[in-house]
Ligand binder design. Structure first.
Ligand code: PLP
Length: 412
């Protein structure tokens, strides 16, 4: 396997090694290289040398990922009480945890407020005045950050350009007064936060900077002494083979400049950037169907229940055959489809690729982020196993589910 390129493309993974893993553990199988996760964390830390890097656990909250990043010295950003519980269990300390409460269910607030009683260093980010009230009702007066709705967003699609969506955060103009109000009510007001969107590319730099500048102006206008400004995550990775990687340095530089006149610490919350290219999904062709002008349909044992992103966002994932004889096969347009009877169950459409054969192993790239995390059991399909690569060894870190796992919660 090629060691540590700046971007790990699907072609950088060794086909024989991946085939061996598929043979040993079966498919569909997520493979996650924890050493690569650690290198990606180092890359962000190097671009933002004085920032606190909090991993957005929603990208992949598996214990193996969380505990490796805790060991590496990362912090964590949690989107739910469950993520907070999993992060603490994986080894993060209270001071490492930022909990971003987006329209939080009562049970989430109850749980996190209870956890914060023993861990007063934990920080809760509220995205609405109402959430601040609900925290006060629960007797919480600990570390509080406010999520700002900056009014601009960007990212790999409309559905993830959260900065432009009013359901996330308090309008920027209202934030200074709310910060002061919360401080007067006894909260330990420590920061402001915004998230531009997910999958930011080099072209999105200006939008991201506009969000950082909005945060800076909020921090300037408040009389509350803030400890940090959290500019969110969203750093994109190239999903298409021809796409250039995101250049983090100019983003980091512009972010630092925009905040230089403020006496605040910088926080970033990357999710995808740390785990996406550390993971691949392995799958096996089970059905080959010639489809005339449409080329060939390859039915595989992974689908929208295993990797939801193509169905959810029309997301592109590079797919590659792991078979040794592909150079001898004719090229055709191959559409890779899953086993679910939904027309959205398409992992790749009309790609120029060698004619598939039943039993072929395929690898799907950049599957480490929002892959296993979004996997589901629709059509009673057990979720796949996850194998981790670490320090030259491989081990199962999440076993393959069974039908019994699916029915375990049912009562007669
Ligand atoms: N922070 C917040 C508040 C988010 O909502 C998200 C993603 O939705 C992230 C961080 C991480 O985004 P990404 O995985 O694109 O870095």
């Amino acid at each position: 396997m090629t060691r540590d390129p700046a971007v790990r493309r699907l072609d950088d993974w060794g086909a024989p090694e991946l085939r061996d893993l598929a043979n040993e553990y079966g498919t569909p199988l997520y493979v996650l290289d924890l050493d690569r996760v650690a290198r990606n964390f180092e890359r962000v830390q190097a671009a933002f040398p004085n920032a606190a890097v909090h991993y957005a656990a929603k990208a992949n909250a598996g214990r193996a990922v969380l505990s490796r990043l805790a060991t590496e010295g990362a912090g964590v950003e949690c989107a739910s009480a469950g993520e907070v519980e999993r992060a603490l269990e994986a080894g993060f300390a209270g001071e490492d945890v930022l909990y971003t409460a987006v329209n939080p269910p009562a049970a989430d607030l109850d749980t996190v407020v209870a956890l914060a009683r023993d861990r007063p260093e934990l920080t809760i980010t509220a995205g609405a005045r109402d959430t601040v009230d609900r925290l006060a009702e629960r007797g919480y007066d600990g570390r509080l950050c406010l999520r700002v709705h900056p009014g601009t967003g960007a990212g790999h699609g409309e559905s993830v350009a959260t900065g432009g969506d009013a359901s996330f955060g308090v309008p920027a103009a209202d934030v200074p007064a709310l910060l002061e109000d919360a401080s007067d009510r006894g909260f330990d007001v420590v920061g402001v936060h915004a998230h531009t969107g997910s999958g930011l590319s080099n072209e999105d730099r200006e939008s991201h900077l506009a969000v950082v500048e909005t945060l800076a102006s909020v921090a300037e206008r408040t009389t509350v002494d803030l400890e940090f400004v959290d500019v969110g995550g969203g750093f994109g990775v190239p999903y298409r083979p021809e796409e250039p990687p995101l250049d983090l340095d100019p983003i980091a530089e512009a972010t630092r400049e925009a905040l230089a006149h403020l006496d605040v610490d910088l926080v970033v919350e990357p999710g995808r950037y740390l785990v996406a290219d550390a993971g691949v999904l392995l799958t096996t062709v089970n059905t080959v169907k010639p489809a005339g002008e449409q080329g060939t349909f390859a039915g595989v044992d992974a689908g929208m229940t295993t990797l939801l992103r193509p169905a959810l966002y029309d997301a592109f994932h590079h797919v590659r055959s792991l078979e040794p004889d592909t150079a001898d096969r004719e090229e055709t347009a191959v559409t890779v489809v899953g086993p679910v009877c939904e027309s959205t169950d398409v992992l790749a459409e009309g790609r120029r690729a060698p004619e598939p054969d039943r039993g072929d192993r395929l690898a799907i790239g950049n599957a480490g982020a929002y892959g296993i995390e979004m996997a589901n059991q629709y059509t009673s399909r057990p979720r796949p196993a996850v194998v981790a690569l670490e320090h030259g060894e491989d081990r199962i870190v999440r076993r393959r589910e069974t039908t019994e796992d699916i029915t375990a919660m049912e009562e007669p």
